[in-house]
Design a protein around this ligand. Structure first.
Ligand code: F3S
Length: 379
């Protein structure tokens, strides 16, 4: 492929060989699934648009390829006030990805729309939150790819064999004792508190038993505040059982005061003019939870819910209930990669990752609060 591939295949293989050289890989490993980031016109701009249009001239995916959220709801962007000029460029990016042969999903939770990968399956996923879920919760194997390296893996069908593709790279490097009761979206606070302590390590997290939606909050916040790409939780993640935790030298503790300090650091607004759910994009269970909360009629600011199209289509009753009670369900996109700054100045959300990115990507003042608080009280 290096010598005889199409221009996009040659470019891709050169990139992967260079990465393999940097990280000391001795071979490529075939992958079954690539997940690409960098599809919103807001985040990639004109250079990204030109790159993907050029790349799609001679590139075709060889494996299942899903793609992160785009910058708008493809079907209802006019209704949501997205400027024409933005939409026109976004549609060109979409057309290029379609020529490449990707799956129509535009989601950062591909494990909710295309099924959880299986243990031992080799992937090349960009999007840090999804990478953490795939490695940790599924036991699949992927490094934390960037948009270009995931795209290169999509058109070559392989990735350099190093890091989390190998058994040694998946062993825990530090032990974290969590001495607080953590529930629901508080896992996002925990992820933000953990990030600076974990860095690029593989932590063994003791003292928690998150459900899959709680893992999603944890993974997103941890990925946003560190280089971490995998964690172990005894009784929750599949590779934790075989570990020898006692040999780990570094032990870190997190308690309730760390979570409270994190909430205070994230919060820069007393009131919000918009409440957003869906960073990462919501699951069906979250859609139902939000629908039930909104039905009580106590939310004090407009509520926008970001979901993948597939998850929203799979829960039509919850979507209808949310919209009947004045909320909006917005698909294909996410709070950070849509031009949210055109519609709000201060946002409240239960997402730790949103607290990290909304202030910079969307110039928002921010208030972190639990899901139940936002639906049943002050925004
Ligand atoms: Fe997903 Fe956007 Fe958050 S891609 S994890 S909703 S920043």
């Amino acid at each position: 492929m290096l010598d005889e591939g199409t221009p996009s295949e040659r470019k891709s293989m050169h990139l992967l060989v260079a990465l393999g050289d940097i990280y000391g890989a001795e071979a490529m490993v075939p992958i079954t699934w690539a997940h690409v980031a960098g599809a919103s016109y807001k985040t990639v701009g004109d250079p990204g648009l030109q790159f993907i249009e050029e790349f799609a001239r001679t590139g075709r995916t060889r494996v299942k390829t899903t793609v992160n959220p785009i910058g708008m709801d493809e079907g209802r962007w006019r209704e949501f006030g997205i400027p024409e000029a933005f939409a026109e460029k976004q549609q060109r990016i979409l057309a290029a990805y379609r020529r490449l042969g990707v799956e129509e999903s535009w989601t950062c939770t591909p494990y909710l729309t295309h099924g959880m990968p299986v243990r031992g399956e080799h992937l090349a996923w960009a999007e840090s939150s999804a990478t953490l879920v795939a490695n940790s919760l599924a036991g699949a194997r992927t490094n934390r790819e960037g948009g270009p390296s995931a795209l290169a893996a999509a058109v070559t069908g392989c990735t350099p064999d190093y890091g989390l593709h190998q058994e040694e790279g998946r062993q825990p490097t530090l032990r974290v004792k969590i001495q607080a009761n953590v529930a629901g979206a508080e896992y996002g606070l925990l992820g933000c508190a953990l990030g600076p302590k974990v860095g690029g390590g593989v932590p063994l997290l003791e003292g928690i038993r998150p459900d899959p939606d709680e893992v999603k909050f944890l993974a997103a916040a941890l990925g946003a505040t560190s280089e971490c790409a995998m964690f172990h939780i005894p009784g929750v993640t599949p590779e934790a059982g075989a570990l020898q935790a006692t040999g780990l030298g570094e032990v870190v503790a997190i308690d309730a005061s760390d979570l409270e300090a994190t909430r205070e650091t994230l919060t820069t607004a007393d009131d919000a003019d918009l409440v957003v759910f869906g960073c990462p994009q919501v699951s069906a269970a979250e859609l139902h939870q939000i629908a039930a909360g909104l039905a009580e009629g106590k939310a004090t600011a407009p509520v926008w819910v970001f979901a993948s199209r597939a998850v929203a289509q799979g829960a039509p009753d919850a979507v209808k209930a949310i919209e009947d009670h004045g909320g909006r369900v917005i698909v294909d996109t996410c709070p950070e990669v849509t031009p949210l700054e055109l519609f709000a100045k201060a946002t409240a959300s239960p997402s730790g990752k949103a607290g990290v990115y909304l202030p910079t990507l969307c110039q928002q003042r921010f208030r972190w609060a639990r899901t139940e608080e936002l639906l049943r009280g002050k925004a």
